[in-house]
Design a protein around this ligand. Sequence first.
Ligand code: NDP
Length: 300
Amino acid sequence: MTQAKIIDGTLFSAGLRDTITERVHHIRETHHLVPGLAVVLVGEDPASQVYVRNKNKRAAECGMASFEHVLPADTPEAQVLTLIEGLNDDPDVHGILVQLPLPRHIDSQKVIEAIRPDKDVDGFHPWNVGKLASGGVGMIPCTPLGSLMMLKDHLGDLAGARAIVVGRSNIVGKPMAHLLLRESCTVTIAHSQTRDLAGEVARADIVVAAVGKAEMIRGAWIKPGATVIDVGINRIALPDGKTRLVGDVAFAEAVTVAGAITPVPGGVGPMTIACLLRNTLTACARLHRLDIPEAEGRFV
Ligand code: NDP
């Protein structure tokens, strides 16, 4: 029985963070600038609190300044927008991230659109969405960016490969498909209305799963030798009452068929945070016209 190569996102992201740390120190010493990331959290969602804590911790480890703004769940929308306005104008802040989801009384899209596009390190502002779709230089959403980095590291040139992205969300599926198209893959985007998902997956050399359904993509669907990027993070209950994180791909099956696969946890997740730091560095470099590779449109 064959065994896929495990694409280790923990290792890859550590290398990426090392490079970012070097660049941050270089910027601090030569330009007397400290790249700064502001993270806004509204409410007490425990998962969001963990994400925000990790983002700030990683930013500080890389030598960046991190600014945490934690607001109560009943904060009026107008107050969140005023905070964003202040961060837009703050010269110490180069990247702004608003942790999603926001409480229901706040219009997320309005908040996203209030962020200055050049500080939008999540890449969700319509300006950045448009840049990605039209092949321009903008800010690329972190999870798709991290996924692409791992794909390119493993496969090199992706041109001509058949790729399927399962999921069409604005934060993962759609930007991932645009990135793969930009790499000259032949891209299929699957979603909940797709007929014969198994047949579509079976044709793909590259499978990116971003569905949010535990182990939905079965090993038997996967083309032998394909590269599988599992974006999904699902917590499942075990018979002993404990819980475990699993992806959208049935890993134990897929690992015997695929050529390479990302695990969950330890695959895409750590790359997402590393790419957030990279986007913050990019934002700082572009804002101050610094001559470092991250300032360009290049991403690997
Ligand atoms: P969404 O819920 O926004 O989107 C899910 C997508 O999956 C939708 O486009 C939906 O289709 C599609 N879908 C649902 N059911 C099926 C089905 N049976 N067959 C085919 N497609 C289906 O999720 P996100 O994109 O936000 O996240 C996806 C997963 O990735 C989640 O598990 C999330 O936790 C994880 N994630 C992980 C990150 C990381 O850092 N590793 C970061 C972000 C997300 P339709 O549009 O038709 O409804």
